[in-house]
Design a protein around this ligand. Structure first.
Ligand code: GLN
Length: 486
């Protein structure tokens, strides 16, 4: 069911908001013991919200656009009065006294919170395995990871536990799990969506975005969460266009660029490559011209990101000192050892690794060699995209080099895990909007994701192309059986 259908049915009285919520809660009850997509289920609040919507409808009030839409929220977005852990022991008992801007906007639009979803600790990871509260399973095959870091949000939508969810994307954390779980995931332009209340990982890269089962729903959620925010000075004040209105505009005359460097990738699976190239052919048949483009610094993205993101993380995570909020070790009696112990006991291994890398890259003797150099390469990557967008409207790549990998298969080798984000990271470094949507299945029946990247603030064209590809390809109509796929 799409959001538009839900709205229509609710209006016609085919079902109530309460029935909708109860149905999803019972789905969660059935499948989440296996999936572990949720860290907390806010059933009571969801039922009360749904009742209020039904009462409003009964009394003839007009309902807001997302009235009754059951939504899950990644547990690094602050929800007032609802525990927000970042999947870390450090914030295990943190109950935010304020609401993030994006969630505030969702509740104002009538969406109903079903619960908070699992992630890699502090959003650092590509498999949801670094969560302090257990890994999430891929609903297609529970021996596989759902991707990460927003694995819980992706798995919750894919398994029908909720209609839509929010995630955050610093280097691919919305798009890669969307690809692994066979759903749509959008990372908006940096600044299109407010980061107020998103617990910071790497502030120059972090962006919030939706997971949905179809592109039209993505347009609806983006419509609600986009826009400038006085509480986030990096948010963009540009007016928010009507994203749903442009979905069916003709594609003819548009140009799509295939980034050469992506398809020459050593680690790119041949099934993923074939499937995305077939998607490009289908897009061509819709009246679009395909062009080969080169982004010579594209493959430097990973090295650049793994200096910049940990550097920013080391600064952002310095606030967890055991003093004001968060975990405090009780086993010490002086300030310095209390801080050390709190951080030692509160953070997991991957988070510590990032803090160490970032602290090193920013240290006096190395800041020029690492951090400043990485910033220069970042500029080159952005320059490549600027050149490409002089020739084409949209860029096309696979979302991830492979389909979902087995639980545990990369945990001992961080670099092999990092390579999972090879194709998604450049859009973050350049601040560009990018979407992942299903384009096929591999031999084991696991979904493959197609990534489309647009120029800054061109979400309209991104959604338009994604929507029309989705309609033409009907990928989900040919879906194989998945263990926990409705
Ligand atoms: N997987 C990448 C990392 O570990 C990206 C994470 C993200 O986008 N939050 O940093």
């Amino acid at each position: 069911m799409s959001i538009a259908e839900l709205r229509q049915q609710l209006k016609l009285g085919k079902f109530s908001a309460r029935e909708l919520v109860d149905e999803r809660l019972s789905r969660i009850g059935k499948v989440d013991k296996k999936l572990n997509a949720f860290l907390e289920i806010t059933a009571e609040r969801a039922r009360a919200d749904a009742n209020r919507i039904d009462e409003a409808r009964a009394s003839g009030e007009s309902l807001p656009p997302l009235a009754g839409v059951p939504i899950a929220i990644k547990d690094n977005l602050c929800t007032k009065g609802v525990t927000t852990t970042c999947s870390s022991r450090m914030l295990e008992h943190f109950v935010p006294p304020y609401e993030s801007t994006v969630t505030q906007k969702l509740w104002k639009s009538g969406a109903v919170l079903l619960g908070k979803t699992n992630l890699d600790e502090f959003a650092m990871g590509s498999s949801t395995e670094t969560s302090a509260f257990g890994t999430t399973s891929n609903p297609w095959d529970i021996t596989k990871v759902p991707g990460g870091s927003s694995g819980g949000s992706a798995a919750a939508v894919a398994s029908g536990e909720c209609l839509a969810s929010l995630g955050s994307d610093t280097g691919g954390s919305i798009r890669q799990p969307a690809s692994f779980c066979g759903v749509v995931g959008l990372k908006p332009t940096y600044g299109r969506v407010s980061r107020w209340g998103l617990i910071a990982f790497a502030s120059s890269l972090d962006q919030v975005g939706p997971f949905t089962t179809n592109v039209a729903d993505t347009a609806e959620i983006l419509q609600v969460i986009a826009g400038g925010d006085p509480l986030d000075s990096t948010s963009l004040k540009e007016p928010v266009p009507d994203y749903s209105a442009c979905l069916d505009n003709p594609l003819s005359g548009l140009r799509v660029g295939l980034i050469k460097e992506c398809f020459d990738q050593e680690g790119l699976s041949s099934e993923v490559k074939e499937s995305t190239l077939a998607a490009a052919d289908l897009i061509q048949s819709l009246g679009v011209e395909l062009v080969d483009v080169s982004c010579p610094h594209f493959n430097d993205g990973i090295a650049t990101y793994y200096v910049i993101a940990p550097s920013e993380a080391s600064a952002n995570l310095a606030r967890y000192d055991g003093v004001k909020y968060g975990y405090r070790s009780e086993s010490s009696n002086d300030l310095s050892s209390m801080t050390t112990r709190s951080r030692t006991e509160g953070f997991g291994a991957e988070v510590k690794r990032r803090i160490l890398i970032g602290t090193y890259a920013l240290s006096a003797g190395y800041v020029d060699a690492y951090y400043k150099k990485a910033q220069k390469v970042r500029t080159l990557i952005r320059g490549d995209f600027d050149n490409a967008f002089n020739q084409v409207d949209i860029l096309l790549t696979p979302t991830a080099p492979t389909t979902a990998f087995s639980v545990g298969s990369h945990s001992e080798d961080p670099v092999s895990m990092y390579l999972s984000d090879l194709l998604t990271i450049p859009a973050n470094l350049a601040g560009l909007p990018a979407i992942s949507l299903p384009c096929g299945f591999d031999k084991s029946g696991l979904p493959i994701g197609l990534q489309l990247i647009a120029n800054v603030l061109d979400e309209q064209r991104l959604l338009q192309m994604a929507h029309q590809y989705e309609q033409a390809a009907s990928v989900m109509k040919q879906k194989p059986a998945g263990q926990y796929i409705p």
